[in-house]
Write a protein that binds this ligand. Structure first.
Ligand SMILES: [Zn+2]
Length: 339
């Protein structure tokens, strides 16, 4: 069996683990609902349990390390989860220290959007590019930037918080407290909210029929737009304009070779793309207008395989030098960079 990494994607609702090969193939996977309200010790206990399950089922596996991704804010260099809003009781948790002591293996930590960007760059839609911006549009908007072959981290690993760039002076207040954040106007949540306001329970609209007269979600809007429903099509158009404005900013800021869109709303990418494109062409400076905007390829496994690559591709382009730690070479760890 080839060299593998243990990978974990710690989310607010689900904890997923996998054994991943160097080429990005997932050999085995496990998952559990995250004990998100139970505090960090309980969740770390879950990680250890899932890791033991994977290792027990694959006793032949040559595991060279553990790659983790978790919600930000986190400090990838120090290996500390600072305090994600979706996980109760996590406050400056030294996750790398804890797991490397537990398993005697090198551990790498990255925030989930950066890990997904890395996954798409190495194994998905961004293969072969030097720079890309990955944007995930679902409940919120997150992102990761690969700049000149490295994850762009910025101070304390906090770069690319693109959901909170201000793109307008109007709209609903963002959960962060500010007005006009990209996320507050362009996330799937924002789209669902607009659709809910546009319609009323019992009004007979397709949107309300799809939602059983409850709140309308972004998924309902996409579904209705596919059938040609005029209201839904207008909503999709408005949504795509906001996305196009945000993406134009990203082009000007990072000059990527590619923008990759993932997240729940990307299931409507084909409907959104023409207006995103038109908005970019209208707003971006000439030199940026031909940058492709494409659909992510890896779905929800982008973060897992990206996290695994922190171990399996260490020392190669994409590993920020700041993340390399002073691990003693462990048994097997030397094989990491061999093909
Ligand atoms: Zn915000």
């Amino acid at each position: 069996m080839s060299t593998l990494a243990l990978a974990f994607d710690l989310g607010g609702t689900e904890l997923r683990g996998a054994l991943v090969e160097r080429g990005g193939d997932v050999v085995a996977r496990v998952s559990a609902p995250t004990l998100a309200v139970a505090g960090s010790e309980a969740v770390i206990g879950q990680i250890i349990t899932l890791a033991d399950m994977l290792l027990k089922e694959h006793p032949q596996a040559k595991v060279t390390g553990i790659g983790m991704c978790a919600p930000g804010p986190l400090d990838p260099k120090a290996g500390i989860v600072i305090g994600p809003p979706t996980l109760a009781g996590w406050h400056n948790v030294p996750l790398i220290d804890i797991l490397s002591r537990q398993f005697g293996l090198p551990v790498r930590l990255e925030n989930d959007a950066n890990a997904a960007a890395l996954g798409e760059w190495r194994f998905g839609a961004g293969r072969g590019t030097g720079s890309l911006v990955f944007v995930t549009v679902s409940t919120g908007i997150g992102g990761g930037v690969i700049a000149d072959g490295h994850i762009y981290h910025g101070r304390r690993g906090l770069a690319a918080e693109i959901g909170h760039m201000t793109i307008t002076g109007e709209g609903d207040r963002c959960f962060c407290g500010a007005l006009g954040c990209f996320e507050a106007v362009a996330s799937g949540t924002a789209l669902g909210r607009r659709a809910t306001r546009l319609t009323a329970p019992g009004d007979g609209s397709l949107l309300r029929r799809l939602s059983n007269n409850g709140d309308v979600s972004a998924r309902h809007v996409v579904e209705a737009a596919r059938t040609g429903d005029a209201a839904a099509r207008h909503l999709v158009e408005a949504e795509a304009k906001w996305l196009g404005i945000g993406f134009t900013n990203l082009l000007h800021l990072y000059s990527p070779d590619l923008i990759v869109m993932g997240g729940g709303l990307s299931n409507g990418f084909d409907l959104l793309a023409p207006t995103i494109r038109a908005t970019v062409e209208e707003r971006a400076m000439q030199a940026y207008r031909d940058v492709p905007i494409v659909l992510a390829e890896l779905g929800e496994r982008a973060g897992l395989v990206g996290a695994a690559s922190l171990i399996l591709w260490e020392g190669e382009p994409g590993t920020a030098l700041a993340m390399v730690q002073d691990d003693e070479p462990k048994t097997g760890a030397r094989e990491v960079s061999q093909g």
